[in-house]
Design a protein. Structure first.
Length: 97
């Protein structure tokens, strides 16, 4: 799956137009939400809380056009809680945003 660093900005520009300040603010809000969702994955102590956190991250990623992160969150929802490999991939995907 290819990584497209401009996908989020394109999604935001389509939603709010050519407003660089607003796009930057919304992008930062998205990143903050993604980091909070990742923290929820790290602290999930049941299958249900793990799946719920992964699905929240998937929804957030989908709403901002972060296709790679969305796919990884979906993979997490279908994996064992705190799977080290998927956690590493999600963390790296968020860092690349």
């Amino acid at each position: 799956m290819a990584y497209d660093p401009g996908a989020i900005d394109a999604t935001l520009a389509a939603a709010v137009g050519d407003e660089p300040g607003l796009i930057a603010e919304l992008r930062e809000a998205f990143l903050e939400g993604a980091r909070r969702s990742f923290a929820s994955l790290r602290t999930a102590d049941t299958n249900e809380s793990w799946t719920a956190a992964a699905l929240r991250l998937k929804g957030l990623a989908a709403s901002f056009g972060a296709v790679r992160l969305m796919a990884l969150a979906n993979e997490a929802a279908e994996s064992k809680p705190r799977d080290a490999e998927i956690m590493r991939k999600i963390n790296r995907a968020i860092d690349r945003l």
